[in-house]
Ligand binder design. Structure first.
Ligand code: C2E
Ligand code: MG
Ligand code: MG
Length: 259
């Protein structure tokens, strides 16, 4: 009903490039705006939608909405921002997932290289038949794959080696303890080192304070996401953010030209 009544929203949270701190992409995060209960977080209703199977149509709706918004922003601002969309294990079990992604790209006109699909590390790999084939199929379309919540699942190193991912997202539980717990700092450092040795890029989630940023920058983490930069925003506010960014970037060269 929430879907039919138009109560679902996609919010967008920027991901920034560590060196420049300029925006490089955004993660699509679903919200349910209930007329009486107010905003319901995905942590609450996604597990229910996974249980009853509704995550399949909901996930497809998020994918279509996010790709359409990304395409519109690409046309308006001329930026090739990457759009990251979360995939549930239930969606990965659908035999037609690759075709669904291909169809959404065709419908929305978004370049496949701009789409990144996030798969959480905590999925039970053995419960998903053909997982590797599906992920390879998605990559053959030209899309990227990220391992979400890295460090919280039970993946073996062998599995990580074989998992066809372009990026690893370090989970917020480790990032939060930078400057607090030297063991978590060691895990972050080791994860970045391992990811780079395996030719994967690294994104840190839950970057909240300057100390996190400084540490992650010193360790060579490529991209950052967190409240320090921006909270997840409704599409209209996210678009305003891109307008503001454009103003800053258009103003700088002319200002520099002044005597
Ligand atoms: P996730 O994919 O790991 O998303 C990151 C979560 O961290 C988001 O929570 C985001 O709002 C939050 N976050 C971002 N920066 C910070 C920060 O600096 N500090 C803190 N404390 N939190 C931060 P959110 O939006 O509540 O989403 C929770 C989870 O729900 C997501 O975790 C994802 O697993 C799931 N989810 C959200 N949207 C979708 C969706 O469209 N499909 C599926 N299958 N799952 C989704
Ligand atoms: Mg995610
Ligand atoms: Mg995560």
């Amino acid at each position: 009903l929430a879907e039919k009544n138009g109560e679902l929203r996609v919010y967008y949270q920027p991901q920034v490039e560590t060196e420049s701190e300029d925006i490089s992409g955004m993660e699509a995060l679903i919200r349910w705006e209930h007329p009486e209960l107010g905003m319901i977080s995905p942590g609450f209703f996604i597990p229910l939608a996974e249980e009853n199977g509704l995550i399949v149509p909901i996930g497809e709706w998020v994918l279509r909405t996010a790709c359409a918004d990304a395409k519109r922003w690409q046309e308006r601002f001329g930026l090739n921002l990457r759009i990251s969309v979360n995939l549930s294990a239930v969606q990965l079990r659908q035999q037609n997932l690759v075709q669904v992604v291909q169809q959404v790209l065709a419908e929305t006109g978004l370049e496949s290289t701009q789409l990144d699909l996030e798969v959480t590390e905590s999925i039970n790999v053995k419960s998903i038949p053909n997982l590797m084939e599906t992920l390879h199929g998605i990559r053959e379309l030209g899309c990227k794959i990220s391992i979400d919540d890295f460090g919280t699942g039970q993946s073996s190193l062998d599995y990580i080696k074989r998992f066809p991912a372009d990026r690893i997202k370090i989970d917020q539980t480790f990032v939060r303890n930078i400057g607090v717990d030297p063991d978590d700092e060691a895990i972050v450092r080791a994860t970045i080192g391992m990811a780079h040795s395996l030719n994967r890029a690294v994104v840190a989630e839950g970057v909240e304070i300057e100390e996190h940023l400084d540490f992650l920058r010193a360790q060579g983490c490529e991209e950052l996401q967190g409240y320090l930069f921006c909270r997840p925003l409704p599409a209209a506010s996210f678009e305003n953010l891109l307008v503001e960014r454009e103003k800053v970037f258009n103003r700088l060269p002319s200002e520099e030209a002044l005597p």
